[in-house]
Write a new protein. Structure first.
Length: 475
């Protein structure tokens, strides 16, 4: 006998679990299905973000950052350490503990909000009276009927042709977060978000890291000035980033991975590494849905095709997050999840794509919201720019972390903030102020007139806003 729900959410990543909670808050009966299992075979809701993405990578980034601080920077404070050691097993155990806390937290939130959770794979079996019939299998075995379905099945790492991930030598984000020793030589293909974050983790712990990037430009999506500063800083730290390369044959033996490539000068090169991270983007995960059987439309790149409001081509079937167009970011998925739940309730859920922040958790951190300077130039928009370096910020000096700057771009006539770009300490936290400002359509002068606590890094945001009007006070 099938169980009926108002809303059935497929996938419990940030898009799915948040949609399920919001739908339950709005009074719907809600089921959420997720197949991810932990090493004991139990449910591990939270998707890529919680299990092999945002959360575990930040746990390891923190451990590696502490190690590097102790190794290289404590001495500046007059702190000497003898016999500094590293226990990668403990790094990984701590990371896994944090992941488990997050998995359990989601299960707790489901209980609290009366969302019924099923551990298994969900697939469409057809349209029936009252909605859509969904089959749940392995390990659960259930038949559900949902009046509304929200697809939030996320994405999977894209492999290079003829080089499947074995997660031992050829690693996706998954394997790269589970290494039990520091590789002597680590190769990374793709200088995107994953390659830079994970390359940084293992470099700090002592790996010799070479990053091979196909594009001639570093971090093409970021503001050019930010990308330039970040590249300078990463190179100084010892990351070997090679741009404009064309990878060729890749051979693996039991101990080595050898990558043949043509460098930007057109010369043939060969790189031999112990481990290779392949981080060349991700592909939408629609495999288990049985989408063809019900006529769910995918776009030419395999994403579930949706309109601006996340409707698919099927009535009352919605899709959110990485499995649909737009940036593959956990917070974008969450916003879409909330908006869809509210639309189902007849409300006017809205996602403002212009104010979705981007963050790259390297050191220095990189964060931005809105338009880059190169995009404004290309669009012929007249703008003013103001920058402030962390070098001139008292708190950054006290922290011992003065790399980078904050840059604000504002409309030349109205002074409306069009983009905010940061590279430097705590940029991931500070970008929130810029998002609020842009969401409220603030002028640069509005930010400049707000009282910022002293001494804080956020004063650099205020000073950058002052710089838009050429009147910084501390630079
Ligand atoms: P990405 O799209 O950020 O970067 C992939 C890079 O690989 C690009 O620079 C591309 O030019 C390069 N590339 C592609 N094919 C190549 C080849 N054959 N040889 C050399 N280079 C090649 O993808 P990434 O890093 O895999 O991340 C996937 C998704 O996950 C992204 O959309 C990202 O936004 C998201 N993500 C976000 C995080 C965050 O917000 N902090 C953290 C991790 C992932």
């Amino acid at each position: 006998m099938a169980k009926n729900f108002d809303v059935v959410v497929i996938g419990a990543g940030p898009g799915g679990y948040i949609a399920a909670i919001r739908a339950a808050q709005l009074g719907f009966s809600v089921a959420c299905i997720d197949a991810w299992s932990n090493d004991k075979g139990g449910p591990a809701p939270g998707g890529t973000c919680t299990n092999v993405g945002c959360i575990p990578s930040k746990a390891l980034l923190q451990s590696s950052e502490h190690y590097e601080q102790a190794e290289k920077h404590f001495v500046d404070h007059g702190i000497g350490i003898k016999g500094l050691s590293m226990d990668i097993g403990q790094f990984i155990a701590r990371k896994e503990h944090i992941v488990k806390q997050n998995n359990d937290g989601i299960l707790f939130l489901f209980k609290k909000n009366k969302v019924t959770f099923f551990h298994g794979t969900a697939s469409f079996s057809g349209q029936v009276e009252g909605g859509w019939s969904i089959k749940v299998s392995e390990p659960a075995s259930e038949d559900l009927i949902g009046k509304h379905i929200i697809i939030a099945t996320g994405s999977a790492p894209r492999a290079l042709p003829n080089l499947p991930f074995d997660e031992k030598q050829v690693l996706s984000n998954d394997g790269a977060l589970a290494l039990t020793s520091v590789p002597k030589k680590l190769g990374v293909i793709g200088a995107g978000v994953i390659g830079l974050e994970l390359g940084s983790v293992w470099r700090r712990l002592g790996a010799e890291v070479t990053v091979l990037e196909a594009m001639p430009q570093f971090l093409a999506a970021a503001d050019e000035q930010v990308a330039k500063e970040a590249l300078k800083s990463f190179t100084k730290q010892g990351l070997d980033i090679q741009l404009g390369v064309k990878t060729g044959e890749i051979k693996t033996t039991s101990k080595t991975v050898t990558v043949k490539y043509t460098d930007s000068k057109g010369e043939e090169q060969s790189l031999a590494v112990d481990k290779l991270i392949v981080s060349i983007g991700r592909v939408p995960a629609t495999g288990g849905l049985n989408a063809e059987a019900v006529g769910l439309k995918l776009d030419e790149r395999g994403f579930v095709a949706v309109d601006d409001e996340c409707h698919t081509n099927l009535p009352n079937v919605w899709a959110v997050g990485d499995v649909v167009r737009g940036p593959m970011l956990a917070h974008k998925a969450e916003e879409e999840g909330v908006a869809v739940a509210e639309r189902i309730a007849g409300q006017h859920g809205h996602v403002n794509f212009n104010t979705v922040p981007w963050v790259i958790y390297t050191s220095p951190e990189i964060a931005w919201v809105g338009q880059t300077e190169q995009a404004l130039k290309a669009a012929g928009r007249e703008y003013k720019a103001g920058s402030f370096p962390f070098m001139a910020n008292g708190r950054a000096r006290a922290l011992g972390d003065t790399t980078g700057f904050v840059k604000i771009l504002a409309d030349a006539k109205t002074d409306e903030v069009l983009g905010v770009h940061m590279v430097g300490p705590q940029a991931s936290e500070m970008i929130a102020e810029a998002v609020v400002a842009m969401e409220f359509r603030a002028a640069a002068e509005d930010i400049a007139r707000i009282c910022h606590a002293h001494p804080t890094l956020s004063e650099a945001v205020k000073e950058a806003a002052l710089a838009v009007d050429k009147r910084t006070l501390n630079f």
